[in-house]
Design a protein around this ligand. Structure first.
Ligand code: CA
Ligand code: CA
Ligand code: CA
Length: 262
């Protein structure tokens, strides 16, 4: 029940900042649901379902839903740390860029519970964060996949829509299936993947699946891959077909740790 207390403290903290607070019972499913908060009007955030390898540390995106400019965002996250341990919660590359461009976070709370089974973010932005400029990936949740292969782990979270659950399918030694071109792990290929690939190449951005970024499947990540991805997106070039599968060619790239493929 300590997690509920954690959530309650966080809830109390934002009551003064938010006019409307609705309550709901925690969802079922193993008793890991601890969130209680849904705030209508707040920006909707979502954590995608993913496949990840047991025993690894992976970065899971927290995405903005929709293309509307974002003034505020909040999420309460709870997990069973024995299955999926929360290690860190950080700004995305896009949010870092927003700040570099002069964006301000006059209110910004990011808390990671020391016991690894919860995290919280609550932010106001000035001016609004435009996901059409900075991308839908808003925050990055770094987690350790402790659950054994063949099981699933859950991330329970509360966003503006209320209680939600992201399911992490845990695989064993073999790499999870991946979508070549989906460098930001959101189940489709678009311009944000090309931006992400450039961030991987030149900014050292986190990369859960090198094979997804190796557009020409030649076993190395190069500018050529970004060029080919852009060509595939805008000139119907080869290399991107938005299907999930395994790597048809052996290479020395690091194994995929997590993908959005089932
Ligand atoms: Ca994508
Ligand atoms: Ca390549
Ligand atoms: Ca390959």
């Amino acid at each position: 029940m300590r997690r509920n207390a954690f959530t309650l403290v966080l809830a109390i903290g934002i009551v003064g900042l938010t006019a409307t607070l609705t309550s709901a019972q925690p969802t079922g499913g193993g008793g890991t649901g601890g969130g209680i908060i849904g705030i209508p009007g707040m920006t909707e955030l979502a954590i995608p379902d993913m496949t990840a390898v047991s025993g690894t540390v992976v970065d899971i995106p927290i995405n903005i839903v929709g293309d509307d400019p974002v003034f505020d965002a909040m999420m309460v996250i709870s997990t069973d740390a024995s299955q999926l341990q929360v290690l860190d919660l950080t700004l995305s590359e896009g949010l870092e860029q927003y700040i570099d461009d002069g964006g301000d976070l006059p209110t910004c709370d990011i808390i990671v519970e020391a016991t690894g089974d919860g995290a919280f973010l609550f932010m106001f932005m000035q001016p609004a964060y435009d996901p059409t400029i900075y991308g839908e990936e808003y925050m990055v949740l770094s987690v350790s996949i402790n659950a054994p292969a063949g099981t699933t782990a859950e991330i329970n979270y509360s966003a503006s829509t209320g209680e939600e659950v992201a399911t992490i399918t845990v695989s064993g030694d073999s790499e999870p299936p991946f979508m070549r071109g989906d460098t930001n792990n959101d189940s489709n290929c678009d311009i944000t993947d090309a931006v992400k690939l450039l961030d991987i190449l030149f900014q050292g951005a986190e990369n859960n699946c090198h094979d997804a970024a190796d557009i020409d499947d030649n076993g190395s990540l190069e500018v050529t891959d970004a060029v080919l991805l852009l060509a595939a997106l805008f000139q119907s070039g080869p290399g991107v077909d938005e299907t999930c599968g395994s790597d048809p060619t052996a290479d020395t790239l690091p194994d995929c740790l997590a993908t959005a493929c089932p």
